[in-house]
Write a new protein. Structure first.
Length: 539
């Protein structure tokens, strides 16, 4: 099962890196809040949040196109990297100017002295990341992902996390002046480190095998830059790829490869629009709860939903591991994609299902630890984690739209999701308060997946038998929830240490019961993994 093993290894490396850095940043946030106080901590969070919003522009979804096109044709690596870096520098410059305009406008609106305010200079420093992170660090990381060397990416990201947290803790604990500006400067420094690290490894790879691949690209279009669909495609491939993925031929000389630029921007703009829509979709909950139910309800909702939101970021790691593998299948055997899609979704559902029960169990002691009746929001944790089953399925399915060149449909799904969330929240929050927002998350995530399934199943000519696909996992989910709630009734404690002990015990029991259910219902079968492995193999 070498192909399944490779994909699993790649996903595991990125997930571990994300988990390690997330835990470090969670602990770091506690220190920041404690040492800097609400005002300065708010300035730091504001600067990072504003940067996160504007980084959608230089990212532009180009990374997914790079991975899709380079994975089956590694001779394209140097050409794509060079052009993607230049495009992202241009987009980063635009984003930098827009961010600084917003920064100055915000300072003027609040009647603050822009040139002496901590917030202004914190945003000013972090804005330079727009010229470095997406153009250089992310582009190099995406190259390694396309080469299925995710372990390199994971190592760099973990090192960045340790450097960032270690240097930041030194600044905070030393009581340095202008601590917030120094903290965002450290963010910038760690990005520069990642660029040097990635580039050194990339140069070693290039010296070993990249030059031969580059010569193959220029010397033979079939080796270096053949279309992702065969020259004489089957009727199935024609139906699946309405717009053939025709990468422009390399331009001879050292000038700008404008044809490739047009191709990349045309292919990626729907992903950029979708990414902006996802940011809006993900950020709707708290403002709407605050407007309708008040700040206290907003705080309770955030405390309960934060676990699911953190977990959702792990889907990015999974996607980056899977995209190269399915790009190879789409390039050589597109008729397999429907079956690969179903089997990967089933594999993902089997793995994520117990997590959506265990995390709420483990979240209970954390809510108790925070006092102020945050435990009231425990139902929000259950509802939003239940929605993660659909989130993971949708996130993986999203990749298949990319490999069959149907990115525009993703924009429609996101637009429907945003509209449905706004309309439903306006009603249910008024009736059930902040818990209504959690219900909306569960409903809209399910809606998004079924919309994706409807369109993708038509494009790939492959429909699921949902009884076979989700019957056993659904029974297992109901059984695990029943066990969890029963044990919580029997082993309830509001003392922090006792609740932690009970949560760990219940989690172990849930894992053991799920293992028995998975193997008894044949949800996990070695033969099934062998079949997926064969489907992922390419000549």
């Amino acid at each position: 099962m070498e192909r399944v093993g490779q994909v699993t290894k790649s996903a595991s490396a990125l997930i571990v890196a994300k988990l390690v850095t997330s835990v470090m940043m969670f602990l770091f946030a506690i220190v920041v809040n404690r040492k800097l106080g609400p005002s300065m901590a708010g300035v730091y969070v504001y600067a990072i949040a504003l940067y996160t919003l504007f980084q959608v522009i230089p990212d532009f979804g180009i990374g997914n196109i790079l991975i899709r096109d380079v994975s089956p044709r590694r001779g394209r690596t140097q050409r794509y990297l060079k052009n993607v870096v230049v495009i992202r520098i241009a987009l980063g410059a635009v984003s930098f100017l827009l961010l600084m305009f917003a920064n100055i406008l915000s300072s003027v609106a609040q009647r603050s002295n822009a040139l002496s305010g901590e917030r202004f200079w914190a945003v000013f420093v972090v804005a330079f990341c727009l010229l470095l992170e997406q153009p250089f660090s992310n582009s190099l990381a995406e190259v390694f992902i396309s080469l299925e060397r995710q372990v390199v990416v994971a190592y760099v990201y973990i090192t960045m996390g340790f450097l960032r947290v270690g240097l930041s803790l030194y600044v905070i604990l030393s009581g340095a002046r202008h601590a917030v500006v120094l903290l965002v400067s450290i963010y910038l420094v760690t990005i520069i480190y990642s660029i040097f690290h990635f580039y050194l490894v990339y140069r070693r790879w290039l010296n070993r095998e990249g030059r031969a691949l580059a010569r193959a690209e220029l010397g033979s279009p079939l080796q270096g830059d053949a279309p992702a669909v065969a020259e004489d495609p089957s009727p199935f491939a024609v139906a699946m790829f309405p717009e053939r993925i025709e990468v422009p031929e390399p331009t001879v000389g050292t000038g700008m490869d404008t044809r490739l630029w047009r191709y990349l921007l045309k292919s990626s703009w729907p992903l950029a629009v979708a990414a902006a829509g996802v940011v809006i979709y993900a950020g709707l909950d708290i403002p709407m709860v605050s407007w309708i139910a008040g700040d206290r309800a907003s705080g309770l909702y955030n405390a309960g939903a934060m676990y699911a939101k953190s977990f959702a970021f792990l889907t990015i790691a999974v996607n980056m591991a899977i995209l190269p593998a399915i790009s190879l299948v789409a390039d050589s055997n597109p008729e397999r994609l429907g079956e690969v899609w179903e089997r990967i979704l089933r594999y993902a559902l089997v793995l994520v299902l117990p997590v959506t029960v265990i995390i709420p169990v483990l979240a209970r002691p954390a809510l108790i630890l925070q006092k102020h009746n945050f435990i009231q929001a425990w139902s929000v944790t259950w509802l939003t984690m239940a929605a993660m089953n659909f989130t993971v399925l949708s996130a993986i399915s999203y990749l298949f739209f990319i490999v069959i060149n149907r990115q525009k449909k993703i924009v429609q799904v996101v637009a429907i999701g945003v509209a449905a969330k706004v309309a439903m929240n306006a009603i249910v929050i008024s009736v059930w308060g902040y818990r209504g927002a959690a219900i909306t998350v569960a409903v809209t995530e399910a809606l998004a997946f079924f919309l994706i399934y409807y369109w993708l199943s038509r494009y790939m000519g492959h429909r699921f038998s949902f009884l076979k696909f989700a019957g056993a996992p659904a029974v297992s989910l109901v059984a695990l929830c029943a066990v969890a709630f029963t044990l919580e009734k029997l082993l309830t404690s509001n003392a922090v240490l006792a609740s932690i002990g009970y949560a760990m015990l219940i989690s172990v029991i849930i894992v053991l019961i799920y293992a028995v259910l998975a193997f008894s219902t044949r949800t996990l079968r070695r033969s099934g993994l062998n079949e997926l492995n064969e489907l992922l193999k390419v000549e």
